[in-house]
Design a binder for this molecule. Structure first.
Ligand SMILES: Nc1ncnc2c1ncn2[C@@H]1O[C@H](COP(=O)(O)OP(=O)(O)OP(=O)(O)O)[C@@H](O)[C@H]1O
Length: 611
C-alpha cells in the first residue's frame, strides 16, 4: 500500500516553532473553562501548589541550619542540643507537610480533571448536534471532531502540567534567590546546562505532534480495522469469509509504517536527551567542585555547602522538568487548538429569516428544478427535479438503488441545500424558516435508523423524548407499529435492555428492530411523516398490517414513503418514479400501469416473482 505518510510527515514537519508557541494563546481560555468547572477545587489546587512551591527551599534551609548547629555543638565543651532537636522536629514536620501537600495536589488535580473531562465531553456532544449533517459527512471535518473528542486525556494532562509549571516557577524563583544570596556565579553554570535540553525537547515534541496529526486519517482507519477485527457484529462474516488474515495484514502494514516513524523519533529523542542530561550532570559536578573549594578556603560553612549543592541539584532538576513540561504544554496546546476550533465552528444558518412556520400546511411542498451534488463531489445526483406534494397527500418515491430517493428526503429535511433550484413550503423557500423548528415538523424513520442499545421504552420514546414517562403514549405507538408484539415476547417488557453490548441485553431480529424504530415515528405529532424503507425486513403480513395502520392514522398528514415493495407503494395517492436523478413518471398506481414505462415493468417483475 503506497502511503503518503513519509512525504506528508516531511511537509507537516514544517510546523514552525512559532506555531507551537502560538497555540499557547489558548491556555488562558482553557483555564477559564477549568475555573468555571469547579472554582473551589481550582482554588484548593492553587493553594496547595503555592505551599508545595516554597517548601523545598525551606527544607533545604533547615537542613543547612541543622548541619551548622551540629558542627557548632561538636566544637563546644558543654553541649546543649535543645536547639538542634527543635530544628530536627521542624524538618520532620515540613517533610510530613510536603507529602501531604503533594497528595492533596494529586487529589485536586484528578477530581478537577475528571470534572473538566465530563464538561468538555458534554460540550462536544452538544456542539456535534448543532452542526450540519453535511459537515459531519465530510472526512476532513470528521478528523477534527475525532481529534477534539479523543484528546480529552491530553487536555486533563495539560491542566496538571500547566498548574505544575506555575508551581515549578515559584519553586525555581525561591531556589535561585537562595543561590544568588550565597554564590551568584553558580547561576551561569545552571543556565549553560539547561539550554540545550530545552531546545532538544521543543524540537522533538513538535515532530511528535506533526507525526500524530499527519496520521489522523490513518489512525482512524486503524481504529476501524481494530473494530472490524474484534467485535461481535462482524465476527460472523470475518469467520465465514476467512477475513482474519486480510484484516490483520492490512492493520499490520498500516501500523508498521507509523510504528517505524515513531520508533525512529523516540530513539533519537532518548539518545539526544541522554547526551544533554550528561551535560546537566557535568555542570552540577562543576558547581559541586567549586563549592567544595569555597568551603575548604573557609568562605562558606559546611551547612551552606549542603544548602548550595542541594539547591543547585534541585534547580537543575526543576528547570529540566520545567522545560520538558513546557514543551509538553505547547504540544498539548496544539490539541487544545483543535478542540477550541471545533467548539468555535460557526453554526449560523445561511438563510434563516425566522419566518414563522404555518400552524397547518395549506398548499404543501414544491420542488422547482432542484439540482444537487454532494459536497466535494462532481457527480450530479439530482438533475433538475420538479414536483409537488399537496397537503395531506401520501406520496411514494420509487426507483432503483442509487436513483436519489433518500437524497431527495435529505434536501427536504434541510440536511443539505440544493446546488440550484428551490424547495417551497406553502410558497415560501424552506431555507427562510428557522431550521430547528422546521425540522421539528417531521417524523422520520430512516433506512439506516440507529439501534440504540437502551431499553425498549427508551428506544420508542426517542421519537419524542419529552414523553419518556408517558407509558400510554409509548404503548399506543408500539401498538401502531406492531412493536407491541415484540414487547410481549420480552421478559422485562418495556424495560428490557436491547442489544448485546450491555449485560442482560436482548438482541432483536432485523424486523423486530424495525417495528421498534417505527414506533418512534408515532411518538411525535409530526405534520409530515417520512418513512424511508422502514418495513424492508418485515414479513409480507406484518408489512401490510403496518401500512394499513399507517394510512389510517395519518389520513390528514402529509407523508412520504420510500419502498421497493409495490404492494406498499400502490397504496399511496401519488407515486414518483425516479431514474438516474430525474423524475421519469408520476401519477397514481393506475396511471403508471397504463403508462407502461419503468414503473409498470418493475411492478410486473415483482408480481411475477410472487407467483
Ligand atoms: N453522503 C454522501 N456523499 C456522497 N455521495 C452520496 C452520499 N450519500 C449518497 N450518495 C450517492 O448519492 C446517490 C443516491 O443515493 P440515495 O441514497 O439517494 O439513493 P436511493 O435512491 O435512496 O438508493 P437506495 O434504494 O439504494 O436506498 C448514490 O449514488 C450515492 O452513492
Amino acid at each position: 500500500m503506497a502511503r503518503h505518510a513519509p512525504k506528508s510527515l516531511k511537509e507537516k514537519n514544517k510546523t514552525s516553532l512559532k506555531k507551537s508557541f502560538s497555540a499557547l494563546i489558548y491556555i488562558p481560555r482553557f483555564f477559564k473553562e477549568i475555573w468555571n468547572t469547579n472554582k473551589k477545587l481550582f482554588l484548593g489546587s492553587a493553594f496547595c501548589r503555592l505551599i508545595g512551591a516554597v517548601l523545598p527551599v525551606i527544607i533545604l534551609w533547615i537542613g543547612k541550619i541543622i548541619i551548622d548547629e551540629i558542627i557548632l555543638q561538636t566544637k563546644l565543651e558543654v553541649t546543649d542540643l535543645t536547639q538542634l532537636w527543635t530544628y530536627v522536629g521542624i524538618e520532620f514536620g515540613l517533610i510530613v507537610l510536603s507529602d501531604l501537600v503533594s497528595r492533596a495536589i494529586q487529589l485536586t488535580d484528578s477530581l478537577l480533571g475528571d470534572a473538566y473531562s465530563i464538561d468538555t465531553s458534554v460540550r462536544i456532544i452538544k456542539k456535534t448536534n448543532q452542526i450540519d449533517i453535511s459537515l459531519l459527512e465530510d472526512s476532513e471535518f470528521y478528523d477534527k471532531l475525532e481529534r477534539a473528542r479523543t484528546q480529552t486525556t491530553s487536555r486533563v494532562g495539560l491542566m496538571s502540567n500547566a498548574l505544575g509549571e506555575v508551581q515549578s516557577l515559584i519553586s525555581i524563583a525561591t531556589l535561585v534567590a537562595g543561590l544568588i544570596y550565597f554564590e551568584p556565579y553558580l547561576i551561569i553554570l545552571l543556565v549553560l546546562s539547561i539550554i540545550p535540553a530545552f531546545i532538544n525537547e521543543i524540537w522533538f515534541s513538535q515532530q511528535q505532534y506533526s507525526l500524530a496529526r499527519g496520521w489522523t486519517a490513518e489512525r482512524r482507519e486503524l481504529d476501524y480495522l481494530r473494530f472490524i477485527g474484534a467485535n461481535d457484529k462482524t465476527a460472523k462474516e470475518i469467520k465465514l469469509f476467512g477475513l482474519t488474515d486480510f484484516v490483520v495484514d492490512r492493520f499490520k502494514n498500516l501500523s508498521q509504517e507509523y510504528y517505524d516513524l515513531n520508533k525512529k523519533l523516540a530513539i533519537k529523542r532518548s539518545a539526544l536527551g541522554f547526551a544533554f542530561n550528561v551535560l546537566g550532570t557535568l555542570s552540577y559536578y562543576g558547581a559541586y567542585v567549586f563549592i567544595i573549594y569555597r568551603v575548604i578556603s573557609g568562605v562558606i560553612t559546611l551547612g551552606e555547602l549542603t544548602f548550595l549543592s542541594g539547591a543547585f541539584n534541585r534547580l537543575t532538576r526543576n528547570l529540566q522538568d520545567f522545560f520538558s513540561k513546557f514543551t509538553r504544554i505547547s504540544e498539548s496546546a496544539l490539541y487544545l487548538k483543535d478542540y477550541f476550533e471545533f467548539i468555535d465552528i460557526s453554526i449560523q444558518p445561511k438563510h434563516n429569516e425566522d419566518i414563522p412556520l404555518p400552524e397547518k400546511i395549506k398548499e404543501g411542498f414544491e420542488f422547482i428544478n432542484v439540482k444537487f451534488s454532494y459536497p466535494e463531489s462532481d457527480n450530479e445526483i439530482l438533475k433538475g427535479i420538479s414536483f409537488k406534494i399537496k397537503a395531506g397527500e401520501k406520496l411514494a418515491f420509487v426507483g432503483q438503488n442509487g436513483a436519489g430517493k433518500t437524497t431527495l428526503t435529505k434536501l427536504l429535511l434541510r440536511f443539505y441545500e440544493p446546488t440550484s433550484g428551490e424547495i417551497l413550503l406553502d410558497g415560501i423557500n424552506i431555507n427562510r424558516f428557522d431550521k430547528a423548528q422546521y425540522q421539528a415538523f417531521f417524523g422520520v424513520i430512516f433506512q439506516d435508523f440507529f439501534k440504540y442499545e437502551f431499553t425498549v421504552r427508551e428506544n420508542i420514546a426517542i421519537g419524542d423524548i419529552s414523553q419518556i414517562d408517558n407509558q400510554e403514549k409509548i404503548e399506543n405507538a408500539a401498538d401502531l407499529s406492531l412493536a407491541n408484539q415484540v414487547v410481549s415476547e420480552l421478559k422485562k417488557g418495556y424495560d428490557q435492555q436491547l442489544g448485546k453490548r450491555f449485560a442482560k441485553g436482548q438482541e432483536l431480529s432485523g424486523g423486530q428492530w424495525q417495528k421498534v424504530a417505527l414506533a418512534r415515528a408515532y411518538m411525535k405529532d409530526a405534520k409530515v411523516m417520512i418513512l424511508d424503507e422502514p418495513t424492508s425486513a418485515l414479513d409480507a403480513k406484518a408489512e401490510s398490517d403496518v401500512f394499513e395502520r399507517f394510512i389510517g392514522l395519518t389520513e390528514d398528514k402529509t407523508s412520504i414513503i420510500i419502498s421497493h415493495r409495490f404492494s406498499t407503494v400502490r397504496q399511496a395517492n401519488k407515486i414518483l418514479v425516479l431514474d438516474e436523478g430525474r423524475v421519469l413518471e408520476m401519477g397514481t398506481h393506475e396511471d403508471l400501469m397504463a403508462n407502461k414505462s419503468l414503473y409498470a415493468d418493475l411492478f410486473k417483475l415483482q408480481a411475477e416473482g410472487y407467483q
